[in-house]
Design a binder for this molecule. Structure first.
Ligand SMILES: Nc1ncnc2c1ncn2[C@@H]1O[C@H](COP(=O)(O)OP(=O)(O)OP(=O)(O)O)[C@@H](O)[C@H]1O
Ligand SMILES: O=P(O)(O)OC[C@@]1(O)O[C@H](CO)[C@@H](O)[C@@H]1O
Length: 315
């Protein structure tokens, strides 16, 4: 079982628009609503892969009720933490040329009692979990050290932790030695305080995160592929994608692919890449089912192309 924790979930609204003209009325050609937040998406992808998952998340107000209904309709087991504030709504504007603009709301502030209930719910759901995936931004009311404390508790219970967060929350959690962290290129650059221009820059940055405590780093580099660095070495994985429909949740799909394939080594990286490539071909944050995957199109190599210039560099 894979337990996910999403402290700041969302109702994700995606509008498909021909192009984005600031200051104009933009007519959408398509729209969809998905239950969102990074851990929620990991649970959706794990379910699509046919594996058991439980999603722990605070839910409040009408958007929270809709998130619960949508997850129920997708057959996802939820351990809800009722909160007074309304769950946030995040907006994605997907242009026809593949450019995506996202607006993420701050979300409700959690009270002291709600914080306690969240931790208690994770504790109650942990027994029997193979992995706990702790994902996304922290809502107001949770200190940047919150994930660090969660990783320590989860490790004390003997469960492996995957962490996908950014900024101070990521840096603080590294000292508790999460089993895998999944930064994207921007988060990796921010963590080391340097721009990333090549795959080699990303490799050095991932190694630095390991130096700070991460046992393994699964770095997703958008259109440039993915990098896995652990005690046994480093691997680079890619898969071609002709047309990108929406990259919302592609990183979450990748992390789910990594975990359902064992969460370690080049086979798990190949699964992560297959899941990422499939996710970007689907609308909104729809998570791929096995039939959407094309494992034969994935290339994984231990010969990391360090000199390769990133198509999506981070300055
Ligand atoms: N434009 C693209 N072309 C091909 N593959 C892509 C593209 N964008 C994403 N992918 C695939 O999806 C993976 C995850 O994408 P990305 O690095 O953008 O994740 P992310 O920023 O964590 O996403 P999110 O936070 O929305 O889940 C990439 O490593 C790659 O495998
Ligand atoms: O604001 P956060 O927590 O960093 O990210 C939230 C979010 O952008 O992440 C998911 C995609 O990865 C979406 O479902 C959701 O809207």
């Amino acid at each position: 079982m894979i337990l996910t924790v999403t402290p700041n979930p969302s109702l994700d609204r995606t509008y498909e628009v021909p192009s984005l003209d600031r200051g104009e009325v933009v007519r959408a050609t398509g729209e969809r609503v998905d239950p969102g937040g990074k851990g929620v998406n990991v649970s959706r992808a794990v379910t699509a892969a046919g594996r058991r998952t439980v999603a722990v998340l605070p839910l409040g107000g009408a958007p929270g009720a809709l998130v619960a209904d949508l997850l129920d309709a997708q057959g996802i087991e939820v351990a809800p933490v009722p909160v007074a504030g309304a769950t946030r709504s995040n907006i994605a504007l997907a242009e026809a040329d593949g450019v995506l603009t996202k607006i993420n709301a701050p979300g409700p502030e959690l009270t002291a009692a709600e914080r306690e209930l969240l931790l208690d719910t994770v504790r109650r759901q942990s027994p029997g979990a193979d992995w706990i995936a702790c994902c996304g931004s922290l809502p107001r009311g949770l200190a940047p050290s919150w994930y660090a404390e969660l990783v320590a508790r989860v490790h004390a219970a003997g469960v492996r932790v995957a962490l996908d967060t950014s900024g101070p929350a990521l840096l603080a959690a590294l000292r508790e030695r999460p089993d895998v962290v999944k930064p994207n290129a921007g988060e990796l650059a921010e963590a080391v305080g340097r721009p990333l221009a090549t795959v080699g820059d990303a490799l050095k940055a991932a190694e630095e995160l390991r130096g700070m405590g991460a046992r393994a780093v699964l770095a997703s580099l958008g259109a440039d592929g993915q990098l896995l660095v652990d005690d046994d070495g480093a691997w680079f994985g890619t898969a071609p994608v002709d047309a990108v429909r929406s990259n919302v949740g592609a990183g979450d799909s990748s992390l789910a692919g990594f975990l359902v394939a064992g969460g370690r080594g080049p086979e798990a990286l190949a699964s992560a890449v297959a899941h990422g490539a499939a996710a970007v071909r689907l609308p909104g944050s729809v998570m791929p089912a096995p039939a959407d995957l094309d494992p034969a199109a994935v290339t994984v190599t231990a010969d990391v192309p360090a000199d390769r210039v990133l198509r999506e560099p981070v300055s």
